[in-house]
Design a protein around this ligand. Structure first.
Ligand code: GDP
Length: 301
């Protein structure tokens, strides 16, 4: 599967160490837990989450009177699946069935925001939906052109203004165009300057107001894109943005580029925001809805 291919780096780092650990310890003792802790932390699962997992595992081992480490694999994978599933019923993309759906993308420059928008446009299009893109990042040099390249690649139009213009005005125009053309889904890019937080928040709030006024109930999703290869940085960005911008879902890009895919687990456990998609490559097909079971299955391949 796509997950298996995309997670190869993580899998080969993690699985080998894990298998080796489970093979070496015939008896589960303190040294075993310490090694397990190290493996999970080196996969970027995050200290908080690792501690919780290990505490959980300890009580399970006691309860079931498990003695051989070899028996722990199914238990550990089950724990990871349930942790990743969390209590969210909301991993599916929220679409407005009665009209225009507006989805806003936020995230720091370079995380893969434009690429993700292109990939999602392609995905929605191949599901038979009409899609329009709004070039709301008027700040970064080249952002508009880059979105246009993706628009051409996947065959969807892009609504744009000049570089430096008011992003809320671009998005207003895009919403009007989407309504006129009876478009199903409008995907809006936004600027990703983190260094200037107050302005960014003001800008986003202005965009929210415009969208909400023009389309009741919109934006239907605010998707934060974070770069999996940045590890714990991705986690802190998700925390920061999540608190301030009303993020409804995460996209974890570049999961194929890291051996530390455990970051998904940390993010899922430490934030109450569902991971909706993962990026598994640079091509238009390389975006997959996040599936906890497939993910854990790939880890323990
Ligand atoms: P933006 O500044 O956030 O819009 O980032 P871009 O969309 O321009 O992406 C930055 C770089 O990351 C580009 O070279 C992309 O091809 C690459 N990229 C984006 N998503 C993925 C992914 O899922 N996997 C890999 N390997 N590369 C990605």
């Amino acid at each position: 599967t796509k997950f298996k291919e995309g997670l190869q780096k993580t899998t080969s780092a993690f699985t080998e160490k894990m298998d080796d650990l489970l093979r070496r310890y015939k008896k589960i003792d303190e040294a075993f837990y310490e090694e397990l802790e190290e493996i999970l932390i080196s996969a970027d699962v995050g200290v908080t989450t690792v501690m919780e997992l290990i505490d959980d595992l300890r009580s399970e081992v006691k309860k079931q009177r498990i003695e051989d480490a070899g028996q722990l694999k199914p238990i550990l994978s089950e724990k990871l699946v349930s942790l990743l599933k969390g209590d969210d019923t909301d991993v599916e993309l929220r679409l407005n069935e009665d009209g225009l759906t507006v989805i806003l993308f936020v995230g720091v420059n370079g995380v893969g925001k434009t690429t993700t928008i292109g990939k999602l446009a392609h995905r929605l299009k191949s599901q038979g939906k009409s899609v329009l893109l709004a070039a709301g990042d008027t700040f970064r040099a080249g952002a508009i052109e880059q979105l246009e390249v993706w628009g051409q690649r996947v065959g969807v139009d892009v609504i744009k203004h000049q570089a430096g213009s008011d992003p809320a005005a671009v998005i207003y125009d895009a919403v009007q165009a989407a309504k006129q053309r009876k478009i199903d889904v409008l995907l809006c890019d936004t600027a990703g300057r983190l260094q200037n937080k107050t302005n960014l928040m003001e800008e986003l709030n202005k965009i929210y107001r415009v969208i909400g006024r023009e389309v009741p109930g919109a934006p239907h999703e605010v998707l934060l894109v974070v770069d999996a290869t940045t590890g714990q940085n991705a986690l802190s960005q998700a925390k920061l943005f999540g608190e301030k911008t009303g993020v409804t879902g995460l996209v974890l890009s570049k999961l194929d580029g890291t051996a530390k895919g455990g970051i998904v687990i940390a993010i899922r456990n430490e934030l109450n925001i569902p991971v909706k998609f993962v990026g598994l490559g640079e091509k238009m097909d390389d975006l997959e809805p996040f599936d906890s079971e497939q993910f854990v299955h790939a880890l323990f391949a």
